[in-house]
Design a protein around this ligand. Structure first.
Ligand code: NAP
Ligand code: GDD
Length: 374
């Protein structure tokens, strides 16, 4: 890195990827500006450890209020910040919720991307500012090829994926029309201990931890047959940065190349606490039972029902199978992941067990202070 500190602007800084990316860029010596939404409660849990008091000197982490649906706000911020790199991570990112809020999702995820690209163009920053667009494997939807690579045709299956499809192509278009350095990272699912609680992996690791600790009896999921290519978010944010350091602006698939069913993610999460599961029944009648409990710390009764299917979690149109082919990123960018799926699940389970032990302590009549365990 040259002497002048690089400046990055991250939209979606309060999200899973925004938090890890901020940490990563700060360690690399960047000055990081993040866009956060106004909310009635604090929404900065994931980045509180990076927060710097506005009154101290030599700060390198700044937060700004804003929203992807507000062009004037984005133009003003980009003008003030003059970023070398923009990471556009902000989005209504929940596929199931996008069926409930399709217009808003189109506005924030689709047009929001246009607003960023056009702000850079309007401000004459086309040759200075590099842009990373958070594209997604959801674009492949009803997959036309297995595994999916940069050349696989798209077939989006949700308002979220359709909005992201607009964002993908408008990024390509601005690159071709105005010579901007703008890239799509087509990232497959990536998870972590700070994953949003309503995505399936975190829903599972939280529930399994609570069941093991005796805080909850069972939990409900939707489609257990869906298969995803799951990696660790820490590995994936490193790739976002590498994508913007490449000589040429291109689009990249980032994936592990392995796929696993939701049912097996459940099985592996229970295995982390020494519990073996048995699945019986089919479709909406399928249930998960405790077959064996090999960890004396967690006393689960053999035969206990711990998982049921609730069709309310089914999606109007489902994406059945995602598995990425990251050959291009591997060969041209040197992409490799440090975490495989067992390591990811271990990381998430260890973190959630610790988190839920706080709840257990309170339930058992402990002091009403969470700091006790910090
Ligand atoms: P996330 O945890 O849901 O974070 C989304 C971020 O966007 C949050 O900071 C959120 O703010 C912000 N946001 C939402 N709507 C906004 C709006 N209208 N204006 C400003 N900010 C807004 O998502 P993530 O997992 O970190 O994913 C980051 C990006 O990568 C998203 O674009 C997602 O669609 C995409 N992606 C994710 C994956 C994955 O597996 N994680 C895979 C492929 C692509 P609040 O905190 O206030 O809600
Ligand atoms: N959320 C959720 N909740 N999903 C469930 C449940 C449940 O109770 N039960 C089964 N599933 C299935 C979903 O139907 C889907 O097939 C799969 O688990 C994964 O769902 P999510 O974890 O919600 O993730 P996603 O694959 O729909 O979307 C995520 O990955 C995309 C990349 O492929 C999000 O992070 C998107 O923002 C991202 O683009």
């Amino acid at each position: 890195m040259d002497n002048k500190q690089k400046i990055a602007f991250i939209t979606g800084v309060t999200g899973q990827d925004g938090a890890y990316l901020s940490e990563f860029l700060l360690k690399k010596g960047y000055i990081v500006h993040g866009l956060k939404r106004r909310s009635s409660l604090f929404n900065t849990d994931r980045i509180d450890h990076l927060y710097q008091d506005p009154h101290v000197n030599n700060r390198n982490f700044f937060l700004h209020y804003g929203d992807m649906t507000d062009s004037t706000n984005l133009i003003r911020l980009i003008k003030e910040i003059q970023p070398d790199e923009i990471y556009n991570l902000a989005a209504m990112s929940h596929v199931a919720v996008s069926f409930e809020t399709p217009e808003y999702t189109g506005n924030a995820d689709g047009l929001g991307t246009l607003r960023i690209l056009d702000a850079v163009r309007l401000l004459g920053l086309e040759k200075k500012t590099r842009i990373y667009q958070a594209s997604t494997s959801e674009l492949y939807g009803k997959v036309q090829e297995v595994p999916q690579s940069e050349t696989t045709p798209f077939y989006p299956r949700s308002p979220y994926a359709v909005a992201k499809m607009y964002a993908f192509w408008i990024t390509v278009n601005y690159r071709e029309a105005y010579g901007m350095y703008a890239c799509n990272g087509i990232l497959f699912n990536h998870e972590s201990p700070i994953r949003g609680e309503t995505f399936v992996t975190r829903k599972i690791t939280r529930a399994v931890s609570r069941i093991a600790l005796g805080l909850q009896d069972k939990f409900y999921l939707g489609n257990l047959d869906a298969k995803r290519d799951w990696g660790h978010a820490k590995d994936y944010v490193r790739m976002m940065w590498m994508i913007l350091q490449a000589e040429e602006a291109e689009d990249w698939v980032i994936a592990t190349g392995k796929t696993t069913a939701v049912r097996d993610f459940v099985r592996m999460s229970f295995a982390e606490v020494g519990v073996e599961l048995d699945f019986k029944g089919e479709g909406v009648d399928e249930k998960g039972y405790v077959k064996a409990c090999n960890n004396p710390e967690f006393q689960l009764e053999i035969g206990k029902e711990v998982l049921c299917v609730d069709p309310k979690y089914f999606r109007p149109t489902e994406v059945d199978l995602l598995i990425g082919d990251p050959t291009k990123a591997r060969t041209k960018l040197g992409w490799e992941c440090k975490y495989d799926l067992p390591a990811l699940i271990k990381d998430m389970m260890q973190s959630d067990i610790k988190l839920m032990q706080k709840d257990q302590y309170l339930k058992d009549g402990g002091y009403n202070t969470l700091n006790y365990f910090e």
